[in-house]
Design a protein around this ligand. Structure first.
Ligand SMILES: Nc1ncnc2c1ncn2[C@@H]1O[C@H](COP(=O)(O)OP(=O)(O)O)[C@@H](O)[C@H]1O
Ligand SMILES: [Mg+2]
Length: 573
């Protein structure tokens, strides 16, 4: 937790000012019972004083009480304001760093933690840390001062009554402690259930179209309802136990008051002292209840802090290794590459191929056959378990990541567009020239439709570009990949939403204007990769056929089968 608390350091001044104000307010509060007792015993009940004197002293002491109460109130209010400020600022910094770190995590690290868990660390966990700091600063000084100060003052006033008070404190302490201790594991399970809920919300929101298309809204709603109900039940259970603590403490408080009055009646002849003790009693027990609340927020907050620190502590430094060099004649080369996401079964087995600069590689294969994984390894989102991957004759592991990734222009499968203008989406913060952008728009066959949009390149896309068709989105994504004039162009299933004529025109533009770019094209349609210099057919992570279109027709049964099916479909159109 120390790492999280260090985030308070820059706000040390505000924290200190808040604590000082709290201290002043709490001490002022402690004087109230003393003043009350003086009014009753030394003024009202004092036969030596005249009526006028009594009136004068009562007003003076009443004024002092008012002053103390005001001081306590103002001290608390301003201290709380400062507390909110420092804990708020601290949470902001913590969230900022956490978000930044999250952006730098490798794909493996993200897979390891899980996206929903990352989201809840950024949202609810950082909120719990905020609550912990805010509450502790608010009550952490006040409660101990009231308890300790109250007890000390009580002993100076009346030892017997102070002993009654002292006897009640452990009783309340133990009761509240037992209750709180029971509820803490339940609060942890509330946190885990929240992770579940975030995951489910995320799945449903991202998959909302599929869910609607398959008429699964009812089904999804029921599943969501289940998660929410579980969360509510756990929260209910935790809070039900916690809600016992106040009434239990109040019960002990009231019983204690009865004993106090009885003992007071027997042993003390001063009404003022009894009244004074009643105030001490209420003050001290409320402070104890506040302390147990701190106990809860601290245990919950420290669990959250640990979850956040786990991410903050992750090593995101680049691991470049010195590796044996490959053949400089090839732009891209895979040599006996094996890879598994989960370390159990291989997702890629013995993948090998080589491409010269300017050549085109086509990758075909069913869903889940490993096509996107080949690309992820080439761009080093994951490291191969064995074998080597070379770009320009250098192992991808030996490149600084920025240098490696600069070579690529890529359209991922299910790539995303931001809610920004078309131009911003194509430029993507790279500061490209208008010339580059216009060329990319032409080559991506996006000219006609972009010119038709209101404002052309300045047209604003809705969130997830929901105001464009699938084909239009793909063309903007392709333009983004082309605009940087990449050494290696990667298109992962990115022409699937283009009609045949557009796809053909796009391929023509590719071979004409990007002859020096090396291209890796993942496609469903053989027509998209037919003219590639090399086509590999993947099945279950293995290459089951490799060669040109003509070679594959002869050598690979699956390939010719797909081809004849697709040709048949095309002829039938
Ligand atoms: N991030 C991931 N974590 C675990 N398994 C994954 C991950 N991404 C893909 N896989 C698995 O790896 C295999 C290959 O996936 P992928 O390369 O995406 O296939 P394709 O692109 O050919 O459809 C599939 O079995 C898939 O379930
Ligand atoms: Mg894929």
């Amino acid at each position: 937790m120390t790492k999280t608390l260090r985030y308070l350091k820059p706000y040390g001044g505000t924290v200190a000012a808040g604590l000082i104000l709290k201290f002043i307010g709490s001490v002022a509060e402690l004087f109230l019972p003393l003043l009350l007792k003086t009014v009753i015993d030394d003024v009202a009940d004092n036969p030596a004083l005249t009526h006028d004197q009594k009136l004068k002293y009562t007003f003076a002491l009443g004024g002092a009480m008012l002053l103390c109460a005001l001081l306590a109130l103002l001290g608390n209010v301003f201290a709380n304001r400062l507390t909110v400020k420092s804990s708020g600022n601290m949470t902001h910094d913590l969230r900022y760093d956490l978000f930044k770190k999250t952006c730098y995590l490798s794909s493996e690290q993200v897979d390891g933690v899980g996206l929903p868990s990352l989201i809840s660390r950024l949202t609810s966990d950082s909120y719990y840390v905020n609550q912990m700091v805010a509450r502790t600063l608010r009550l952490g000084v006040r409660a101990p001062i009231l308890i300790a100060g109250g007890l000390i003052l009580a002993f100076t006033q009346d030892v017997i009554l102070a002993c009654v008070l002292l006897a009640c404190i452990p009783l309340v302490g133990v009761t509240v402690f037992i209750i709180t201790k029971k509820s803490i594991p339940l609060f942890f399970s509330v946190q885990r259930k929240q992770d579940d809920m975030v995951r489910r919300t995320q799945e449903s929101v991202t998959g909302v179209r599929v869910i609607k298309a398959l008429s699964k809204s009812e089904y999804e709603a029921e599943k969501f309802d289940g998660v929410v109900k579980e969360l509510a039940a756990t929260e209910f259970k935790a809070n039900r136990i916690m809600s016992l603590s106040n009434p239990a403490a109040t019960l002990i408080l009231n019983l204690g008051l009865v004993v106090l009055i009885a003992v007071g009646a027997l042993c003390s002849d001063s009404a003022g002292t009894v009244l004074e003790f009643l105030q001490f009693f209420v003050m001290i027990l409320n402070a104890m209840i506040a302390l147990t609340k701190i106990f809860v927020v601290i245990s919950r907050g420290s669990a959250s802090a640990a979850r956040i620190e786990k991410i903050l502590g992750m090593d995101v430094s680049e691991k470049t290794e010195v590796c044996p060099e490959g053949d400089k004649n090839f732009k891209v080369q895979f040599k006996g590459v094996n890879f598994s996401y989960n370390g159990a079964e291989d997702d890629l087995k013995d993948i090998g191929f080589a491409l010269r600069a300017g050549q085109t590689l086509g990758i075909l294969g069913g869903t889940g056959s490993g096509k996107s994984t080949v690309i992820s390894l080439l761009m080093r989102f994951y490291d191969a378990d064995s074998g080597q991957i070379f770009v320009d004759g250098k192992d991808v592991k030996s490149y600084p990541l920025g240098e490696l990734r600069k070579k690529f222009g890529v359209v991922f499968q299910n790539d995303f567009l931001m809610a920004a203008s078309v131009r911003e989406n194509i430029d993507f913060g790279r500061g490209l020239t208008d010339e580059d952008i216009e060329r990319a728009v032409d080559d991506a066959q996006a000219r006609e439709f972009i010119d038709g949009l209101e404002g052309g390149l300045g047209f604003d896309l809705a969130q997830k570009a929901n105001n464009l068709s699938g084909g239009q989105k793909q063309r903007i994504l392709i333009a983004r990949a082309l605009a940087g004039n990449p050494e290696i162009l990667i298109l992962d299933d990115s022409s699937s939403a283009l009609d045949y004529a557009t796809d053909a025109a796009f391929r023509k533009a590719l071979s004409k204007n990007y002859s020096s770019s090396t291209k890796v094209i993942v496609a469903q349609r053989i027509s998209s990769v037919k003219h590639a210099d090399l086509i590999i057919v993947l099945d279950d992570g293995k290459i089951i056929g490799a060669g040109t279109h003509e070679e594959l027709l002869k050598s690979c049964g699956e390939y010719s089968l797909i081809y004849s099916t697709q040709m048949g479909a095309e002829r039938g159109r």
